[in-house]
Design a protein around this ligand. Structure first.
Ligand SMILES: C=C(O[C@@H]1C=C(C(=O)O)C=C[C@H]1O)C(=O)O
Length: 159
């Protein structure tokens, strides 16, 4: 892995803030692709220690600079029951990170890295990462997949 990618993949702070800074003067926007209640994938349930029938809040977004998707993200957070309202349902196109990283007691698990663009149709990119973030009773598995548009716009190394 190149040092420039390591800097992105290993960063413990808010990816939103890093994208805004690196993307200057491009306009940053969170484009909400999907947000619903449903069953996590098996690997997501395992990462969250969930039983296979437990429901979760599922959120998929594109983090865009000048409307180009640099990162596709899929976040999964357990629900007590399918009819529960998740505390973050109101987010809309505000960044999940803008709320999470405003919580003083936020905890983050070690970051796991994987190759590839992620479980999104047509996704293309060199790297993905995931970690679990916790604040009081909220636990969120955040999965971020860096896309070819970011490679091109920042002239990043291919891997
Ligand atoms: C966790 C963060 O929030 C980002 C924003 C997301 C969203 O709005 O759904 C999802 C993943 C993150 O890249 C962050 O900024 O680090």
């Amino acid at each position: 892995m190149s040092p420039r990618w390591w800097e992105w993949l290993a960063s413990q702070d808010s990816l939103t803030d890093r994208l805004i800074a690196a993307g200057q003067p491009r306009r940053f926007r969170v484009r909400l692709l999907d947000q619903r209640h449903g069953r996590p994938r098996q690997d997501e349930a395992e990462a969250l220690g969930l039983g296979e029938h437990q429901h979760a809040w599922l959120r998929e977004v594109a983090l865009c600079l000048d409307e180009r998707p640099w990162v596709l993200a899929r976040s999964v957070s357990p629900l007590g029951s399918p009819t529960d309202q998740h505390r973050l349902e109101w987010l809309g196109e505000r960044s999940l990170g803008s709320w999470l990283f405003a919580q003083s007691d936020l905890q983050r698990s070690p970051i796991e890295v994987c190759a590839g663009g992620g479980p999104f149709a047509g996704a293309q990119g060199p790297w993905g990462r995931r970690s679990v973030l916790r604040h009081q009773r909220i636990t969120v598995l955040v999965q971020e997949f860096f896309q070819q548009a970011m490679v091109d716009d920042l002239a990043m190394p291919s891997r």
